[in-house]
Design a protein around this ligand. Structure first.
Ligand code: AMP
Length: 282
């Protein structure tokens, strides 16, 4: 695995790879890697890509400075995991490399997706995601981009970004399934920050999603939503939302509509750790 810290160096190296007509697959991450991240890498490898991963904790997507400061970092373990998984190139840029001083980073508009759910609870978050993804894609210029369904709304933002940027019209965006722990908890770098008692109940988010899915079309969503909110609060979570939306365009739904594909989305804080998860309902 070759490691690059400078944009110009990785750009030059990948140019030589592209000349060999090998497709480049890209997996952007913020590090503190787990099997969910590695599953994206494996999918890239299975497709026969030349696989590039990046680790960059992007300051512009954190609306909460404390969350940024506490974001877990485990670079040595991350490198080993990537090496073991057969990653070809790791890009490990500094903030200055991603956002060169004096360079105006464009701001992208994601319309209604940016005003709901994560957009509403984390103002400026998707603007930061748009900035960093656009910049990393400009550097790596992959043929395929691998992202996780775990961040459902982020997937829609990235697809929207690809429509806005002519250079990305041919980008093949692969949305990969959410990897879970045995009890159903979606793998996340933030899980490392859970205390033992918090970890023991964190799978309630998954259980809420399963119950929203199981009760689809049999009970009003408002009833199921209230059950979920009540149980989460009773166990000490601070839920931000338990929501149902159209799986295609993320229009929020007040009730189940079995004529459309729906997704249930959930976000809650436990202590000072904020977790999100989602599940396609039908
Ligand atoms: P992050 O490091 O959290 O920014 O995540 C990097 C990529 O890994 C994003 O595309 C995430 O959606 C994806 N990802 C995070 N957690 C999981 C998971 N549990 N299963 C699959 N993909 C994931």
């Amino acid at each position: 695995m070759v490691i690059f810290k400078k944009a110009a160096d990785i750009e030059a190296y990948l140019l030589s790879i592209r000349q060999k007509a090998k497709p480049v697959g890209f997996i952007p991450t913020m590090g503190a890697l787990h099997s969910g991240h590695i599953s994206l890498l494996q999918q890239s490898r299975e497709k026969g890509d030349f696989t590039v991963a990046s680790i960059f904790v992007n300051p512009t997507q954190f609306n909460d400075k404390a969350d940024f400061d506490k974001y877990p970092v485990s670079i040595d373990e991350d490198k080993q995991m990537l090496l073991d998984a057969g990653c070809d190139v790791l890009f490990l840029p500094s903030v200055e490399e991603v956002y060169p001083p004096g360079d105006d980073t464009p701001v992208y508009d994601f319309g209604h997706i940016d005003t709901i759910l994560e957009g509403a609870h984390r103002p400026g978050h998707f603007r930061g995601v748009g900035q960093v993804v656009a910049r990393l894609l400009q550097i790596v210029q992959p043929d395929r981009l691998y992202i996780g369904q775990k961040d459902y709304q982020q997937c829609m933002v990235i697809k929207n970004l690809a429509r806005q940027l002519p250079a990305l019209h041919n980008l093949d965006i692969q949305i990969c399934p959410t990897m879970r722990e045995q009890d159903g908890l979606a793998m996340s770098s933030r899980n490392r920050r859970l205390t033992e008692p918090q970890r023991a109940i964190a799978m309630l988010l998954y259980q809420c999603l399963v119950s929203i899915q199981a009760k689809a079309g049999t009970q009003p969503f408002a009833v199921v939503q209230k059950e979920c909110l009540d149980i989460l609060k009773e166990k000490g979570f601070e839920p931000d939302y338990v929501a149902l939306a159209d799986a295609g365009d993320l229009t929020l739904l007040n009730d189940y509509d079995m004529n459309r594909r729906m997704v249930a989305l959930i976000a809650a804080k436990i202590g000072d750790v904020r977790l999100i998860d989602n599940m396609v309902v039908n």
